[in-house]
Design a protein around this ligand. Structure first.
Ligand SMILES: [Zn+2]
Length: 132
């Protein structure tokens, strides 16, 4: 069982939805500004949850640097949406500590507790291209 109550899960789901909409809007305007209107149109049609996968496939090979960050965040959000119902949702992937619900609402794609996230960022900061 997840440590989150039904109400807390509802709040996290709402946060995920909001974050997803924000990212979609950011992606759309970045695509429009860069003239990639064919992708912007796909995003415009992709409101609602049913087209998640089609969207990911369509955008999967999109490599424009400007949208990469949003795209990655969007995928993290979609992955988190799939995890909400799982038993381990809300547990730190490093140390199994319970991630406070306030953190999950503020950052619904979080997979680590604050302590492990700090450690991760200090350890891997600036080493994004290192192989390990
Ligand atoms: Zn942890």
């Amino acid at each position: 069982m997840s440590h989150l109550s039904a109400n807390e899960k509802t709040a996290v789901r709402a946060a995920l939805r909001q974050e997803r909409e924000r990212l979609l809007a950011a992606l759309k305007s970045a695509l429009e500004e860069s003239g990639q209107t064919q992708y912007a149109e796909v995003l415009g049609r992709a409101s609602g949850d049913s087209s998640d996968e089609a969207l990911a496939v369509t955008l999967g090979d999109l490599s424009a640097a400007r949208v990469e960050h949003e795209l990655r965040a969007l995928k993290a959000i979609d992955a988190a949406k799939g995890r909400v119902e799982e038993a381990g949702f809300g547990l730190c992937e490093e140390c199994d500590a319970r991630i406070p619900v306030a953190r999950l609402i503020a950052n619904p794609a979080a997979t680590r507790c604050v302590k492990c996230q700090d450690h991760f960022e200090h350890t891997f900061a600036g080493q994004a291209h290192a192989s390990f």
